[in-house]
Design a protein around this ligand. Sequence first.
Ligand code: FES
Length: 96
Amino acid sequence: MIVCSCNVFGDRDILQAADRIEYDGRKLTALAVYAELGCRPRCGCCRLMIESVLMGAGHNVALPDPEKSDELHIRRTIPGSSTLSYVQDMKRAAAG
Ligand code: FES
């Protein structure tokens, strides 16, 4: 399944990249995955899906702070976005 249409990579690429990234004791970030795949975020629309794929595979993922600019950017640019509740749901899931 294609996750990032700007850079053209999918869920398997994300999981293979995550396996190559050494993040001893730290949380894995979507930015580290982009870097491992030799690219960077362009539109950024795929970031939440990358984090979801990583969490679904059991990785310890650093989720965006809803009060930080990235999240505010998403809320501003996607009218009617439920991104904030999505992030809150992901944080609850990560907390167990
Ligand atoms: S869809 Fe991934 S950066 Fe645009």
